[in-house]
Design a protein around this ligand. Sequence first.
Ligand code: AMP
Length: 401
Amino acid sequence: MAKLTVEDLDLAGKKVLMRVDFNVPIKDGVVGDDNRIVAALPTIKYVLDHDGKAILFSHLGRIKKEDDKPGLSMRPVAERLSNLLNKPVTFVPVTEGPQLEDAIAKMENGQVLVVQNTRYEDVKDGEYVKRESGNDPELGKYWASLGDLFINDAFGTAHRKHASNVGIATNMPGKAAAGFLMEKEIKFLGDAVTNPVRPFVAILGGAKVSDKIGVINNLLDKADKVIVGGGMTYTFYAAKGIKIGNSLVEEDKIDVAKEIIEKAGDKLVLPVDNVVANKFANDAETKVVEGDIDDGWMALDIGPKSIQEFKNVLADAKTVVWNGPMGVFEMSNFAKGTLEVGQFLGTLEGATTIVGGGDSTAAAKQLGISDKLTHISTGGGASLAYLEGDVLPGIAAISDK
Ligand code: AMP
């Protein structure tokens, strides 16, 4: 079912509670990388341009004790937002009570207010009570009572059931809608897994099979081909009886890998050759080997034949989801597989190419290929959960159209 979006709302004169992702790095009271604040601007500006009153909620870091609070105040974020919007932003240093309520009551249309870090609610009087992270029902009800409408634009927390996303949305008498960022994530990741234009090819990499079992299983049901590369390859090799030398392996997942191989048949595409190294270092001695890997050698990247074969499989794809690097891309001598596969995705014409968050997003950025791809997800855990076919509580709580 399609979800309500910010454009479906009548915002004029309304107190619009917004869950945004302002979880940015802060050092000595100064915001570092402000990408996430910049990414939230379109939805915030839309609300302001339509005469709404924007009341922003976000978490920042993790708060487990009183001492964590001062360094994780939202004040520097509010200041940066004010600079970016080029207008005043009211910062309220508390998460509840008369100070917050009065500040909201005084707001005029087109004004912005930032509420203190929602995770301040996780610690009360020195005790770790997790009111925000545990979705305390009273907290969600209280926050919802402060506004008329709710907009969730924080995809990165959509896989979590917190008071500031699910709590507010479910207690809001008015409507709960997706912001532009959230809408984009639902459109691209959601369409890919529920309604892909075919052929649909998934490329999964990264270190651990254990992190990706759910994704592999779900995508084997949905995709036409599932390419596996990266460190988790060698657990599959072990399952097939191919020698892996000193390569990464999860012994306790070999049986799961066997089951996946059986279920997948020829849908599963594994590397046929690898770049192996005599130590885990960029200056290691290396060689390319097909099949069995001798003891004393570890596979740190896919080899040239595999790169070519992966490209052949990808060549006519109309939807591609990519999650996880093909090798240890952080070391330049083992980045080739990830780089070439990523660059190839950028050349596919008429295809929707989606990067599923986390390390692959970092890889795409590091390799300078982000702008060639259709969609780079902003959520790590959230995008994996989506690709696993899970219902994300933060999205489920948004009103249907
Ligand atoms: P993940 O967080 O599961 O997506 O894994 C990403 C990490 O996997 C990156 O830090 C890569 O360096 C690492 N990785 C990829 N391929 C290999 C490999 N062949 N051996 C060891 N680590 C790998």
